[in-house]
Design a protein around this ligand. Structure first.
Ligand code: MN
Length: 338
């Protein structure tokens, strides 16, 4: 589901009012955070502190190293159940997801201790908004843009730290403006943010060009085994044990599929990350007006129209065949429609 523009505006004002009238906040984002979720959360944290609210930022797992540049004030805490005490709080603000499962086990505690839970996000949701105070704009290219709008509604002045956080969100999800979802909004917002952020190139490089030699070794191994079941489809796989061998983390494989999608003829790509024996995180991507989120949904996952994912269990050859069947169906349907 998605809201109409009028509903989005209504929800934005409702969330802004809730923030205005509340004093204490817990801020978080999805598991294995990315720069959109983290930058959104940090941008809001700095903004709330600026107007005298009390707020803490809790991640459900460790902060990937490449985002340390955003955490120079060491405001990011990792939630470590049951050793991290959660106090009674007015509002939980959850960024860049509306799936409870991606915030567990923290979500259970937030439900117990927070008066209100607010999802601020740009992913599709179910039949209804997940909570009364949710602000979700599915057409937004990043969650950072929604945080920018909320901060404006709250009349909080931008500054260097807020700007760096939100700029990182937008630069990450748009891959430095490659994917702006048909709107100039990301660029217009960033033009304003760059009044305060004077080193955008440094951010681009932290986000997209901070590889280790070990990562290049892993990439060469993964690329050597890439499969092309037909000229428009690419499939790749990595095992967690390969990551360990090269001293890498899960965050290091996040962009492998993006590389493969830059092959000219490729229209749909699938990437399997084997997390344990017969358990996989599937990532799907598509381009040129082909959508793959229905495939992710079919396997119990979700996401955006052209970037989605799911968790799969079973023998690799079998799950791969199942996913490939759906990919080929999708390509076929599109060809018939043309
Ligand atoms: Mn995002």
């Amino acid at each position: 589901m998605a809201c109409t523009p009028a509903q989005e505006e209504f929800q934005k004002n409702k969330v802004a009012k809730l923030i205005q009238n509340s004093q204490s906040f817990i801020i978080t984002t999805h598991k294995q955070c990315d720069a959109d979720g983290l930058g959104s959360a940090l941008g809001m944290l700095y903004a709330l502190k600026k107007i005298g609210k009390s707020a803490r930022l809790l991640l459900v797992d460790d902060l990937p190293n490449r985002y340390n540049f955003l955490n120079q004030d060491l405001l990011v805490e990792t939630y470590n159940s049951p050793h991290t005490p959660i106090e009674d709080t007015d509002v939980a603000l959850i960024f860049d997801t509306n799936a409870e499962s991606l915030i567990q086990p923290l979500y259970k505690e937030l439900k117990k201790h927070c008066k209100h839970i607010s999802f601020i996000d740009h992913h599709p949701f179910g039949d209804n908004l997940p909570t009364e105070y949710s602000f979700i704009k599915v057409n937004s290219a990043s969650t950072g843009e929604l945080v920018f709008d909320l901060i404006k509604s709250l009349n909080i002045d931008l500054d260097k730290k807020i700007a760096r956080s939100i700029y990182s969100s937008i630069a990450f999800d748009t891959q430095v403006f490659r994917y702006i979802r048909g709107s100039s909004r990301s660029l217009v917002i960033c033009a304003e943010l760059l009044e305060y952020e004077k080193e955008p190139e440094k951010i681009h490089s932290y986000l997209f060009a901070s590889y280790s030699k070990d990562k290049i070794k892993l990439l060469s191994e993964v690329f050597a085994k890439v499969e092309y079941p037909c000229s428009e489809v690419v499939i790749a796989k990595v095992n967690l044990k390969d990551l360990k061998k090269h001293n890498l983390k899960m965050d290091d494989v996040r962009d492998i599929l993006d590389f493969l999608m830059s092959i000219n003829e490729i229209k749909i790509g699938a990437f399997f990350r084997e997390d344990s024996t017969n358990e996989f995180k599937l990532s799907l991507r598509s381009k040129d007006y082909l959508y793959i989120n229905h495939i992710a949904k079919l396997f119990g996952g979700g996401g955006h129209k052209q970037a989605a994912g799911a968790l799969l269990k079973g023998d690799y050859q079998k799950v791969k065949e199942q996913v490939l069947t759906e990919i080929l169906k999708t390509l076929d349907t599109k060809k018939k429609a043309c």
